[in-house]
Design a protein around this ligand. Structure first.
Ligand code: BGC
Length: 489
């Protein structure tokens, strides 16, 4: 079945190529690869770095990690950064998305003390990338919160907002003369999910259905502060762009001609994505989110809604804080309407309602949650275009995992072929303003609670070798060819 599908795609692509010289990525479209600090750097306490929540989780609660591992060494990019830059160069991409470790730069997380070795480390990478004609795309925060904030409730405590703003100003000052694309925060939904006790943060037993909304509220405010600091103090001299990266699961109505399924599917997208996108690209949380959480809170006999309210001034401050929209996409699901569950165990998923499921015939990969459903990407790109007035979009992550050491990674090649094709269809046929696509990931790395058991890399990393040897997988050649020809083959 798969072979037939692949054959059909190759036929479709070659027909496109014969019919038109234009089945190519536009000149201003950027190809890239992505990683994040905690997942690759290692050097967890090297040269004055402070401790993050993920260091602590890896040391004290590694039972939560599938292989009991931690990120102390990871890919050892703290030492092997030069080789990483050369691997990026070999791929022929336009940009490399990395994140900064907050505690490598400000070791205490809350103090003003800067760690010169951390600054030096990022300066070396940024300069080397630029020397090699690669644009560094920098994410300020990719989940490695300074441990200082954890006993205070992490992102559920508004105190993080001002400290994040301080950190943002610090990095714009240190590196902004060379950075043209900034991302404040990676995937708030996943950050805030950790306060349901699912992943990440070390503070268990937060009140369900409350903490994740408090977190969302503070993440949005922190993002807006960073945006305004850049906009007001740095943009005029540095000329960069700044935004946030939201992850988006596409919810397809189980039966598109049933209005109830259509409503349930959209409601899911609004609860997961709109809760962040609407305050930034519209004004305030989506109406359906405000109403449903308020109604269910009432049924739970609470004195107010579990969803915090923004003041009018806060709504204005968050509105418009994007120069483009960063999205990470991995998942498509079907959603059908369902009776609302009882109000006994509140949480965001239950508030969102509906029933979600996957088509068992969809091709899978090493990560159980990822299925190869490229039309989901095309659909969501169109939905964003229609819902938020066709913003510029950068796909800041998209990728495929193996759960073993695969070097002839045809599954990954097929994944990029079909997802890049869906991206191109959205651009050329649907008029969506997609401006870039970054593969997750440059190399195999520390996959959070999955430890080293899932491999997303274009390059293989040998985690049992003290040298953390990197080896190109077959997909490197494929990706190189795409970036060289700017077409899909
Ligand atoms: C995260 C990455 C992660 C990837 C694959 C994204 O949600 O930003 O850090 O490795 O998904 O699971």
């Amino acid at each position: 079945m798969l072979i037939v599908k692949e054959f059909a795609l190759v036929l479709f692509l070659s027909t496109k190529l014969c019919n038109s010289q234009e089945w190519k990525f536009p000149d201003d479209f950027k190809f890239g690869v992505a990683t994040s600090a905690f997942q690759i750097e290692g050097g967890w306490d090297a040269d004055g770095k402070g401790v993050s929540i993920w260091d602590v989780l890896g040391h004290n609660r590694s039972v939560l990690v599938k292989d009991g591992s931690n990120g102390d060494v990871a890919c050892d990019s703290y030492n092997k950064w030069e080789e990483d830059v050369m691997m990026v160069k070999n791929l022929g991409v336009d940009c490399y998305r990395i994140s900064l470790s907050w505690t490598r730069i400000l070791p205490e997380g809350y103090g003003t003390k800067i760690n010169p070795a951390g600054v030096d480390y990022y300066n070396k990478i940024i300069n080397k990338l630029l020397e090699n004609g690669i644009e560094p795309v920098i994410t300020l925060y990719h989940w490695d919160l300074p441990q200082f904030f954890s006993p205070l409730g992490g992102w559920t405590n508004p105190v993080v907002v001002e400290h994040f703003a301080y950190y943002a100003r610090t990095v714009f000052t240190l590196f902004g003369d060379r950075i043209k694309t900034w991302i404040t925060i990676n995937e708030p939904r996943l950050i805030c999910q950790s306060y349901k006790g699912l992943i990440g943060d070390v503070t268990p037993n937060f009140p369900l259905g409350v903490a994740e909304y408090l977190c969302a509220h503070n993440v949005l405010k922190a993002h807006a502060e960073a945006y305004h600091i850049y906009d007001r103090e740095f943009r005029f001299k540095q000329n960069g762009k700044i935004s946030i990266t939201l992850d988006i699961t596409w919810s397809e109505p189980a039966n598109a001609s049933n209005p109830e399924d259509v409503r349930a599917a959209e409601q899911n997208v609004l609860f997961e994505f709109g809760i962040y996108a609407n305050p930034i690209m519209g004004f305030d949380y989506p109406r359906v989110v405000i109403d449903r959480v308020a109604n269910r809170s009432k049924l739970e006999n609470l004195s107010g809604s579990r969803l915090p309210k923004f003041t009018f001034a806060e709504k204005l401050r968050i509105k418009g804080t994007y120069d483009f929209l960063g999205i990470n996409h991995y998942i498509t699901m079907y959603t059908r309407a369902a009776a609302d569950p009882p109000v006994t165990r509140p949480n965001l998923d239950v508030d969102a309602g509906g029933e979600r499921f996957r088509d068992p015939s969809w091709e899978g990969c090493g990560a159980a949650w990822i299925k190869v459903v490229p039309w989901g990407l095309r659909r969501l790109l169109n939905w964003i275009k229609n819902t938020y007035h066709n913003p510029d979009i950068i796909i800041t992550e998209s990728g495929y995992a193996d759960d073993s050491e695969v070097f002839e990674d045809d599954g990954r090649i097929n994944y990029y072929r079909v997802y890049l094709n869906a991206t191109l269809q959205a651009i050329l046929e649907d008029g969506v303003n997609v401006k870039g696509y970054m593969a997750w990931s440059l190399m195999d790395n520390y996959e959070w609670i999955y430890g080293y058991t899932l491999r997303f890399g274009l390059y293989h990393v040998n985690f049992t070798d003290p040298n953390r040897t990197r080896t190109p997988k077959k997909s490197v050649e494929y990706f190189k060819n795409v970036t060289k020809t700017r077409t899909i083959n």
